[in-house]
Structure formats: structure tokens, C-alpha cells
Design a protein around this ligand. Sequence first.
Ligand SMILES: [Zn+2]
Length: 171
Amino acid sequence: MEIEILRYPTNDDWSRCLFLARVTQGRDGIVTPSDDWKKKILSAEHSPIRTLMYTIAMWQIPYFASVHFVRHKFGVEHYVKSQRVNPNRGEDRQDSAVNHVMDLNAQALINISRKRLCYKADPKTREIMENITKEILKVDPVMHSFLVPDCVYRSGCHEFQSCGFYEKRMQ
Ligand SMILES: [Zn+2]
């Protein structure tokens, strides 16, 4: 398995994001926002963050994990190399490897991490999401406090059965 960040927001993308945010306040002009402002708008989850795009390649991940990611459908497009080589699809195993590329906005990335970093998520899918988070933070450290499990975001796990992560963290 290999995670590759093929695209993440550039300075121009961030300037555009700030411009869009300022339009709503009747102001204009293109300026590059500070890291402080970037964190503020990511935290507020205002609509301009939906213009910040990421392209994430997941090379050779298990088919079942790919299916988990495909469940997320808002602000994300999925491109998966399907297994048409084998005419007898019934023989394809659930853990056979596929290549899966997600093209998604910052809000979608935050939303997906909330679900897939939870300890109630499938362990393999969670491991992939952890690797994605690690790779994103290398190139885009401003995302640091936003790619967290739901239980951190909501001060407690809201799954039917708590994953226990938050309680353990608070001890
Ligand atoms: Zn949880």
C-alpha cells in the first residue's frame, strides 16, 4: 500500500479562498492569507474551504477498504481501477488490491477523517486514513488539528458503542 498526495492547496488556491470569503463581506482584492486565518476558516468550516482541493492516490489498497471510502460521497469523486481482468468476478477476493484516487475538497477530507480515524472504523481502513493524514501533514501542516476522529471533534465517541478513545485520552 502506498499513499501519494498528488494535489493540495497552493498559495493561489488559498488567496482565492480568502477572496471568496471576503466577497461575502463586500470586500475584494487578492491577498495570501496567514496561517492563522487558514486555521480560523478551517475551524469555522465556512463554504470557501470547499474550493480547496486535494487529490489523494491510494495505490494497492484492499478492495474492501476502497469500498469503505466510496461510501463517502459529498465533496469527493472516486476513481477506482476495477478488476475487469478476471472474467470470473466471483473469484475476486475481498482483499485483492485496487488503485483508488480521491479528488476531494478540504471539508470532505475533514469529514472522512472523522469517520475513518475512529477506532470503530475497520482497522485496515483506519490504517489507510492514518497514512493519508500523515502524508497530508507533511505537505500541508495547517490541517494538523482538523484531521481528527469524530470523538475528538465532538468530545466523546458518538458511535452506537463508544470506541473508548476519547475516554482513554481524558484519563
Ligand atoms: Zn470513536
